[in-house]
Ligand binder design. Structure first.
Ligand SMILES: Cc1cc2nc3c(=O)[nH]c(=O)nc-3n(C[C@H](O)[C@H](O)[C@H](O)COP(=O)(O)OP(=O)(O)OC[C@H]3O[C@@H](n4cnc5c(N)ncnc54)[C@H](O)[C@@H]3O)c2cc1C
Length: 441
């Protein structure tokens, strides 16, 4: 055996898994096709559950030092005007502080920084952490991983093979999974540019047919995401960069002069949202994590988080198997049992947010404005929403909640206690049930 666990893909998911395994004395080899950092934008918002995992991996301090804390999210609904400031018709602030416990904030960190921090941590366990850059995983030959590094091909034998290669995954192909892709009627433009120093909280500005997400990064920069109609990117580009400046100014005049620092289309990335969820994560001694298994609509900023959360659960299971002398293949389905329902739930929530912001009628906008306000007015809705997006727990919306949100029932005056909230948070025995079922650790 060349290694105990082979991971194809050194993105956030693969690296988080490798750090967990190496830190617990499991030999892990990661093949990453890229030589250098990727210039692609791939998500920067770390949700509270992911921060808790990064603390378990002993990298939170370093990540915090490179990030900008997001404590509040502002949802502003406006009517834009060409010749004057937009007219505000709704404004709701939701705070991560409403979450019980230590992880009551989110964090914006450049994607490549998170990867660098994880790689550096992995190197501290150099007896167990074997990172192969510029190494492409080609697929399987006689049950072994076929790799191509600097033009040379070779195979590598492992006890467990993990597909963490993102959206196009050779491991997934080998596992013959079924996958149905869902597309949307909108695309996004995303770009980072300077921000005013006091622009520090997350903000989403919406109008009929318009959506602009603003997420402050460190170093007085802001990551922005502008929704456009599917298929209009080329025409916009032909119309010139001024078209982008105007679109931003119309929705957030505070950034008018900042957006003008973008002078051409080069730093602007087109994002085409789509989703899928494979029908199984595990087959024999193979498992999928992160985008190899599922992609989520980017509206909710969950993709990177789901990948790291998958890694934490799979990492714990594999470590436990090794420590208890258990057969990896026999226990791999336990990983899917924990992760699939949680991922399915978040995929649905994100899809719903996408629908809420992409239906383009005035009556829908009015409905949306009131429904978003209800999150603030009704504490149960507020707590459920923050808990669900944080990843720290799950508290499903029921018919009564939806009726309150739709204005068919009055808002409730009861405040949700921390104790009630904590009951809905995942405990260690929910995240890592194998340890508890067998009376381990
Ligand atoms: C344009 C875009 C915007 C996004 N915006 C957000 C956001 O705002 N918030 C958010 O949370 N998520 C966002 N996401 C999703 C997020 O990037 C992914 O969910 C997350 O990166 C998944 O992590 P991963 O480790 O599973 O896969 P990836 O990050 O895709 O990593 C896979 C790695 O595998 C490598 N690889 C691929 N094939 C091979 C191979 N054959 N051999 C060796 N290496 C290979 C790749 O080079 C890459 O480094 C976005 C994604 C994209 C594409």
């Amino acid at each position: 055996m060349d290694t105990e666990v082979f991971i194809a893909g050194g993105g956030v998911g693969g690296l988080a898994l490798a750090v967990k395994l190496a830190s617990e004395g499991v030999h892990v080899t990661i093949a990453e096709q890229l030589k250098k950092v990727s210039p692609l934008y791939k998500g920067e918002l770390l949700q509270p559950k992911t921060l808790a995992i990064l603390e378990e991996l002993d990298v939170l301090e370093e990540v915090l030092a490179n990030g900008n804390k997001i404590e509040h999210l502002e949802f502003q609904e406006v009517i834009p005007h060409q010749d004057r400031e937009p007219e505000e018709i709704g404004n709701t602030q939701l705070s991560y502080h409403r979450l019980a416990g230590d992880y009551d904030y989110a964090l914006m960190v450049p994607h490549e920084t998170i990867k660098r921090v994880l790689r550096d941590k992995g190197k501290e366990y150099d007896d167990y952490f074997h990172y192969l850059p510029s190494t492409r995983f080609l697929g399987f030959v006689d049950g072994e991983a076929a790799l191509k590094q600097d033009g040379e091909e070779r195979t590598l034998r492992a006890e467990v093979y993990v597909g963490a290669e993102g959206r196009s995954s050779p491991t997934r192909r080998q596992m013959e999974v079924d996958l149905k892709r869902k597309d949307y009627n909108h695309h996004f433009l995303t770009v980072t540019f300077p921000r005013p120093e006091d622009f520090t909280h997350g903000k989403i500005v919406t109008a009929k047919e318009k959506f602009l997400g603003l997420f402050p990064l460190p170093d007085n920069e802001v990551r922005t995401v502008l929704m456009i109609k599917a298929g209009t990117y080329k025409t916009m580009k032909e119309q010139g960069i001024e078209r982008v400046h105007e679109a931003y100014e119309l929705l957030e005049p505070r950034l008018a002069e900042h957006v003008r620092t973008i002078q051409n289309w080069k730093p602007i990335q087109l994002m085409i949202p789509y989703t899928y969820h494979v029908d199984h994560y595990v087959k024999d001694n193979m498992a999928l994590i992160g985008d190899a298994a599922h992609t989520v609509h980017p509206m909710a900023g969950e993709g990177m988080n789901l990948a790291i959360q998958d890694a934490a659960v799979l990492g714990d299971l594999l470590t436990w198997c090794k420590q208890q002398g258990k057969n990896y293949s026999e226990y791999l389905p336990e990983y899917e049992k924990v992760r699939r329902p949680r991922v399915e739930f978040l995929l649905k929530l994100s899809h719903l947010s996408a629908l809420v912001y992409s239906v383009q009628y005035s009556w829908w906008r009015d409905f949306r404005t009131k429904a978003v306000q209800k999150f603030y007015d009704d504490d149960k809705l507020y707590v459920k929403q923050m808990l669900n997006i944080s990843g720290l727990g799950r508290w499903d919306f029921n018919l009564i909640d939806r009726a309150v949100q739709g204005g068919f029932l009055p808002t409730r005056s009861k405040r949700i206690s921390d104790g009630e909230q904590l009951k809905k948070m995942f405990r260690k025995s929910d995240d890592y049930p194998w340890k508890y079922k067998e009376g381990g650790h």
